[in-house]
Design a protein around this ligand. Structure first.
Ligand SMILES: [Zn+2]
Length: 147
């Protein structure tokens, strides 16, 4: 059984100091301002070496963010993905479980799995075809069934 840990993904809007509701013009203005600030050619000579590295890293991120958000197609794709991530983050996903790891209850023709709260996840045989998320019958946790 593997607990699901979601790595925080890079938020391109955050990197540009922008909001998803910003217009393309606004995004571009913010991008250009940051690029001027972090462009390797624009750094003064007395910046310590460690910070130079950091600024280059930042510049690369800003550039990457603009490559995605400055193009209508990739921006749309990213917005969609963002929305999906928001949705999954709302689910208190407890674990991913293989169907084989659940116990088969022959009387009730369903698979069950014990929740750490002491409650039970139940999925009937018919449901296993379409359903992949199962709620605990006691708490608000959810497991994902893998096949
Ligand atoms: Zn539970």
């Amino acid at each position: 059984m593997m607990a699901l840990v979601r790595m925080p993904k890079k938020d391109w809007y955050d990197i540009l100091g922008a909001k998803p509701s910003d217009s393309l013009t606004e995004l571009k203005r913010k991008y250009q301002k940051l690029v001027l600030l972090y462009h390797p050619d624009k750094q003064s000579a007395d910046v310590p070496a460690g910070e130079v590295e950091e600024r280059v890293q930042r510049f690369i991120e800003i550039d990457q963010a603009w490559k995605i958000l400055g193009n209508e197609e990739t921006k749309k794709e990213y917005d969609l993905q963002r929305r999906e991530d928001d949705l999954t983050q709302e689910w208190p996903l407890d674990a991913q479980i293989y169907l084989e790891d659940m116990s088969w209850n022959n009387d009730e023709q369903c698979y069950t799995f014990l929740c750490r709260c002491g409650g039970k996840y139940t999925i009937s045989k018919n449901e296993t075809e379409e359903v992949s998320l199962v709620c605990c019958d006691t708490c608000s946790l959810i497991i994902e069934i893998l096949r």
